[in-house]
Design a protein around this ligand. Structure first.
Ligand code: FO1
Length: 333
């Protein structure tokens, strides 16, 4: 199938999402794609506004992502961190010298009165990334992790404590009800979309914060375009990160069926790995269309191949009668 005139909006978290977005950008072109990004991981660190998922995505699209760490910038050096350590500063969260430039520039733009959406656009353009990257909200929405020892911030859980604590609950906190980022809202409400794609990011840590912004979720539910998720679980294992551990801890059980159950009121289609094809019937029994392929993305060819597969699946699904039901659910939400 040809990709001309197709338009997609993607919901994305960090590395897994960025890989699929890169594949989509390569086959569709920058203009046919918009990305709504999780900001639940964002925090202020040593006085700087750090937005890990936004930066992972922009660095990936700019071919500036650090392949060694999976976060931060390619060709990184650590002189700032070494100097800070020598002075007794906080070093559990490592900001490389080049990455530091992004956070300092973002702070300057925010202090000049720009919204996070506008600052992100400015940084993306400066890095030669024309793809529209939209923060889910311009106001802070924090992912908070409940553990036996109390509630902790996302970065405390993920980086400082290396995702070791057992999770007993997760919530997404904003000071008032979080307003959607203007670009994010427009990208999900657009009437000419071929599909809305949920990238293979962690559903609870990366996608749920986006869905916690009520207007974004209802825009997805109301949109006539098919919604397709790509499973981040393959053969009971997470492709990356603590997704499988978290699913076990929340009593869901690490399986692609748990992913389908979590998204079932939202999606029309789920892309699962060929290693999970035995789960196809049970997922289809939930009213979700299933497409089976190799979902592991090691190189650029894997990314573009999976991206093309997802686009073709969206074309096949088209606008379905089932949309009427989701539309009315969305309006009452
Ligand atoms: N992850 C780590 O495991 N250790 C770090 O020191 C670290 C620093 C860091 C700096 C900037 C940035 O944008 C991301 C960084 N990350 C680090 C990754 C990040 O915290 C998580 O991978 C994401 O929040 C999850 O998507």
């Amino acid at each position: 199938m040809t990709n001309s005139d197709q338009k997609f909006t993607v919901l994305s978290g960090g590395v897994g999402g960025a890989k699929l977005v890169l594949g989509l950008r390569d086959i569709l072109g920058a203009d046919a794609l918009q990305v709504v990004v999780n900001t639940g991981d964002d925090f202020e660190h040593i006085g700087l506004p750090v937005c890990p998922d936004i930066d992972t995505l922009i660095y990936t699209l700019a071919d500036q992502a650090n392949p060694e760490t999976g976060w931060g910038r390619r060709g990184e050096s650590w002189q700032f961190m070494d100097a800070l350590a020598a002075l007794g500063g906080d070093t559990w969260f490592r900001l490389g010298d080049r990455d530091l430039g992004t956070h300092v520039r973002r702070r300057e733009l925010l202090q000049n009165g720009l919204t996070l959406s506008a600052a992100t656009l400015e940084i993306a353009q400066a890095m030669g990334v024309p793809t529209l990257v939209h923060p889910m909200s311009d106001v802070p929405v924090q992912t908070l992790i409940a553990t036996a020892a109390g509630e902790i911030s996302f970065q405390d859980y993920f980086v400082r404590l290396q995702a070791q604590p057992v999770i007993t609950g997760i919530r997404y906190r904003s000071e008032s009800s979080a307003a959607p980022g203007p670009g994010a809202l427009q990208a999900l409400a657009a009437e000419d979309l071929t599909g809305i794609i949920i990238a293979p990011s962690n559903p609870w840590l990366s996608i749920a914060p986006i869905l916690s912004v009520a207007e974004l979720k209802s825009s997805i539910l109301c949109n006539k375009a098919p919604v397709i998720a790509v499973s981040p679980i393959v053969d009971g294992q997470a492709i990356k990160g603590p997704t499988a551990k978290l699913m076990d801890e929340l009593g869901i059980g690490a399986s692609v069926v748990g992913i389908a159950e979590y998204y079932h009121d939202l999606i029309d289609g789920l892309v699962i790995d060929q290693k999970d094809k035995q789960h196809r019937a049970i997922i289809e029994g939930m009213g979700i269309q299933v497409a089976v392929t190799n979902t592991i993305m090691n190189d650029l060819q894997d990314k573009t191949r999976l991206a093309q597969f997802v686009c073709d699946f969206a074309m096949k699904l088209g606008t379905k009668p089932g949309k009427t039901l989701r539309q009315s659910q969305g309006q009452s939400a």
